[in-house]
Design a protein around this ligand. Structure first.
Ligand code: LRH
Length: 495
């Protein structure tokens, strides 16, 4: 078949995958060659990523890519944001990277904000306040033997690229999620590390999506069967940045929701919004490709449902998604609601019980059946989408007329429909694998096969299956969602 083939390594919070993407004129398709679970491990001192297991999955995926028999033009790596590994002076990894859901950053932000005020920090980084931002993780490790021994900090995708190629760098879309990056100048902040007691030498030189990142090392070639020196191309290594590249928006007035474990809902802008209003509303200005800004809020996404299912599986209750969604569709609408952004939903645990406890505490009927819990979770997520997108539009002075929902959530017909109903806006759902597509497209562009962001998006829109959800337009239905939105109230505000 015509077209060049690129390997996208995409590590998510629940699974990793290696996909082969074929790109040619009017052609864009993806084949999954390997998928593996991402299972965090609890150690005595906290929750860690099994980064060696993940790297093994990457190597096996690349071997599967080699076995496909199609020459791989290049490899790109993206993962979730904020987390990192530390290297010592010999370049060895100092311990398994912490999981952002580890509790060690509790109470740390306050200490950091006592040194650099929240307004000042936001004025530089434009970053949403999340307790696990890299800067707070580093502050929680201050003075530790590990941090004292560290010579380099590599964000997760950069660590994988380092092991594949031997090169060292910090990809800028992901660097923009650390809390140490200057959103306006798009470079590491010159002053924050010093003021926060972080050695600036830890932070590697930046690289931009499209930059070459070296070639596969001999040991990788030997294991995978890919030619030694196969180029690794820097992609938008923050998974959300890659997903937004592949949002099939072809007209103005589009908002996006990258919906997986998290729901990242917002707008693409040409420059950051660093106003006090944006800070108080806890909006992020993350860097995208070509100098774009993802003006979005990170809200709890399908994590709530995933964690419910894990609890039910443990308890021997039904946990099949189709069955649960069927039960949710039959449950009473809009009875109990939770604020997905409430801090108690962040850590792993018994999510159905936390949802019920939230409802009891807020004077609502606690959902009894599994279907009622799932309905509560999904309607609450739809309302959080509404809240976030309305706020984004207001803060950025934009008009939103349609929503593109990409990522795993695009498969969840109830969530898509309820997002359309809650917002009163049409939802275009898909592609599900937006992140891998964005990864592939940036590689293809570096190879000269596609053009600007607009042409990449037209290629996605023209080749990927999309589902359309129109909002219900009966007055009673609209009033019910409006009333529910009032009950949910505003998002928790920033410190
Ligand atoms: C989504 C994501 C999100 C971050 C979170 C840590 O996978 O990268 O954009 O905020 O993980």
């Amino acid at each position: 078949p015509a077209g060049s083939v690129f390997a996208a390594v995409d590590l998510g919070a629940t699974s990793g995958r290696v996909m082969l993407g074929r790109v040619g004129p009017g052609t864009l398709d993806l084949t999954e060659v390997h998928r593996f679970p991402n299972t965090p491990v609890r150690l005595p001192d906290g929750l860690r990523w099994d980064v060696l297991g993940l790297f093994q999955g990457v190597l096996e995926g690349l071997r599967a890519a080699a076995r496909s028999g199609r020459p791989v033009a290049s490899v790109g790596v993206d993962t979730w944001a904020v987390d990192y590994g530390l290297l010592d002076a010999d370049g060895a990894l100092l311990g398994a990277p912490y999981h952002y859901r580890d509790g060690r950053t509790e109470g740390i932000a306050e200490a950091v904000l006592a040194r650099v005020g929240a307004g000042e920090l936001y004025g530089i980084t434009g970053l949403q306040h999340l307790p696990f931002n890299t800067v707070f993780q580093l502050a929680s490790a201050a003075g530790s033997a590990q941090l004292l021994a560290a010579k380099r900090l590599l964000l997760m995708p950069d660590l994988i690229v380092h092991w594949l190629t031997g090169t060292v760098g910090a990809e800028e879309t992901n660097a923009s999620t650390t809390g140490l990056f200057d959103a306006r100048a798009a470079v590491w902040s010159g002053e924050l590390p010093g003021r926060l007691g972080i050695d600036p030498a830890l932070l590697p030189p930046l690289r931009a999506p499209g930059d070459p990142a070296g070639g596969l090392l001999p040991y990788v070639g030997e294991f995978t069967g890919l030619p030694v020196g196969t180029p690794v191309t820097t992609v938008a290594s923050h998974d959300t940045a890659s997903a937004v590249v592949a949002v099939p928006a072809t007209a103005p007035g589009s908002a996006y929701i990258s919906c997986g474990t998290w729901s990242l809902a917002g707008l693409e802008l040409g420059s950051p919004v660093l106003t006090e209003e944006a800070r108080a509303a806890n909006f992020s200005n993350e860097r995208g490709i070509d100098g774009t800004v993802r003006f979005l809020r990170n809200t709890m996404g399908l994590w709530l449902l995933e964690e419910c299912r894990r609890t039910w599986a443990r308890d021997g209750l039904p946990d099949g998604l189709d069955e649960l969604l069927g039960a949710a569709a039959r449950a009473e609408p809009l009875t109990a609601l939770v604020d997905p952004d409430a801090p108690e939903f962040l850590a792993p645990g018994d999510m159905p019980e936390r949802v019920r406890a939230y409802c009891r505490r807020t004077g609502q009927p606690a959902p009894g059946s599994q279907g009622a819990v799932v309905r509560c979770v999904l309607e609450s997520l739809a309302l959080a989408h509404r809240r976030t997108l309305r706020q984004a539009a207001e803060l950025a002075g934009r008009d939103v007329r349609r929503i593109h929902l990409v990522g795993g959530g695009a498969r969840n017909a109830l969530l898509c429909r309820w997002t359309a109903d809650a917002t009163g806006l049409p939802v275009v759902a898909g592609p599900v694998e937006a992140t891998a597509l964005g990864n592939v497209l940036v590689q293809a562009r570096a190879a000269g096969l596609v053009g600007d962001l607009g042409s990449m998006r037209r290629l996605v829109a023209g080749t990927q299956p999309l589902r359309h959800y129109e909002p219900r337009d009966d007055r009673a239905g609209r009033a019910a969602w409006d009333a529910a939105a009032d009950r949910l109230g505003p998002s928790p505000s920033n410190p």
